[in-house]
Design a protein around this ligand. Structure first.
Ligand code: F0G
Length: 451
């Protein structure tokens, strides 16, 4: 058995980073309108804004890129990609897209009729926005236990089955256009979904003739949690578990920037031939020919390798273990976080860290700004700034890029948070001065209050 420090890779290429002086950080943050999306990456020391497209590729992926086939149609890179996606998902029909939200856009524009409801355990922000853009109503149905940030349950990403049955009965099955399970459940602190829950949702969906799609960005991390936590799966490989997950659904959308270990890419996959034909036409209009879908041949080649690497047990043990280690260190230091940690990120609870900052003064945004000022660390608010006044939590997400940072980097993050917590009472809230709509967090501008 490997020890707790077992690391299944070593570093061959390094990328220099540096911490710019505090006075410069203050100036840059002000120029950025206190929105971390507006900072330049060279002004950041440790970048935990997202785990999406920010991972390090393996030597096998870089080697595959050299053999990328840039033919407009029928490239062998597409053939390798198709084979990998079919092996993992079992879905016969696959369309590559340039990233996850493009897969959502193509699927929703062909499968959703305006005026209907779309149900999810919890929608990711672009998925929700794509549903709304199609004239449909997104409804989140997480289990109530997920709203308790201290409740140590194994699968807090699950969908509330009673609420699902009730909603279908109330609205009528004909009014529900689709059910989407986000696996793992990013907006709900990256919590995993059990296969038992997916099976139950699938049964309900089939009984009512409602299509079930998986938002599969982090399916490999989810399968690792299932192996660790769900009775009956300890001897199954992550690949076998992911295959079982997909067997319960009608299709999936995927951002391969997460568990495809790519810097760009995604796909849409499904069983229904007729829907596939319509999606294919739409794809040609908005993304590209169906054998490249907005990607270069070399991207497809790298993804064909990355999709499989992301399911390797050693890789997943290190990946999910690193996130868990960070969460445990923060707990040791009494920093309030959502517990248990998810697979890709630790969610710091700014609401509990800064009880003196009211919600309309954005405690999460205040913490994200403090992390940059104090340690040059970039993170992402998932609270009132991103989700509006109904946000269930005031989180700051520390998303961990795959195979990029070491425990030393993450220890630096812990120590920075400890310094902020020591003078938590001095941190002031923020005023929103520009930005509206469901995607306002990308473009919003803020001002610090009482400065
Ligand atoms: N679904 C989920 C659950 C996601 O987390 C994301 C992206 C998408 C869909 C959209 O995929 O970015 O490739 O278009 N999440 C990133 C994040 C951006 O930071 O969590 P995309």
């Amino acid at each position: 058995m490997e020890g707790p420090w077992y690391k299944p890779f070593r570093i061959k290429v390094v990328e220099p980073i540096r911490l710019i002086p505090r006075a410069e950080r203050e100036r840059k943050l002000k120029e950025a309108g206190y929105n971390l999306f507006n900072l330049r990456s060279e002004d950041i020391y440790i970048d935990l804004l997202t785990d999406s497209g920010t991972g390090a590729m393996s030597q096998a992926q870089w080697a595959a890129m050299m053999e990328g086939d840039e033919a407009y149609a029928g490239s062998h890179s597409f053939a390798s990609f198709l084979e990998a996606v079919r092996e993992i998902t079992g879905f016969p029909h696959v369309l590559p897209t340039h990233q996850g939200r493009a897969a959502e856009h193509v699927l929703f524009s062909c499968a959703l009729e305006p005026g209907k409801y779309v149900l999810s355990n919890t929608f990711f922000d672009t998925t929700r926005a794509n549903v709304i853009a199609r004239g449909c109503m997104p409804l989140d149905l997480p289990i109530p236990e997920a709203l308790d940030p201290e409740n140590d349950l194994p699968f807090k990403g699950n969908m509330d089955l009673k609420a699902l049955e009730r909603t279908i009965a109330e609205k009528g099955p004909g009014k529900i256009a689709m059910i989407i399970l986000t696996v793992t459940n990013n907006t709900m602190a990256g919590q995993p979904v059990s296969l038992g829950n997916v099976r139950a949702v699938s049964k309900i969906a089939r009984a009512h003739g409602i299509p079930l799609f998986i938002d599969a960005c982090r399916h490999a991390e989810n399968s690792y949690f299932v192996r660790e936590r769900e009775p009956g799966y300890a001897d199954k490989s992550p690949l076998e578990i992911s295959r079982e997950l997909f067997s319960l659904a009608d299709g999936c959308t995927m951002s391969a920037k997460k568990d495809g270990l790519g810097n760009i890419g995604g796909f849409l996959a499904m069983r229904d031939q007729e829907l596939f034909e319509r999606c294919k036409e739409r794809l040609i209009l908005v993304e590209g020919f169906p054998t490249y879908g907005g990607l270069a041949g070399r991207d497809l080649a790298a993804l064909a390798v990355g999709l499989k690497e992301a399911l390797e047990l050693d890789y997943l043990r290190d990946r999910v273990g690193q996130v868990r280690w960070l969460a445990e260190r923060l707990r040791e230091e009494s920093i309030p976080i959502y517990w248990p940690p998810g697979g890709h990120a630790v969610y710091v609870d700014a609401g509990r860290l800064f009880p003196h900052i009211p919600l309309d003064e954005f405690p999460g945004q205040a913490l994200a700004c403090a992390l940059y000022l104090e340690g040059g660390i970039r993170t992402c608010e998932v609270g009132a700034a991103m989700l509006g006044k109904d946000a269930p939590f005031q989180f700051v997400r520390l998303a961990i890029p795959r195979r990029v940072y070491t425990r030393e980097h993450l220890e630096e993050v812990v120590e920075t948070l400890v310094r902020i917590a020591e003078r938590a009472g001095e941190i002031r809230g923020m005023r929103l001065v520009a930005g509206e709509g469901p995607l306002r967090h990308f473009t919003a501008r803020f001002e610090p209050l009482g400065a």
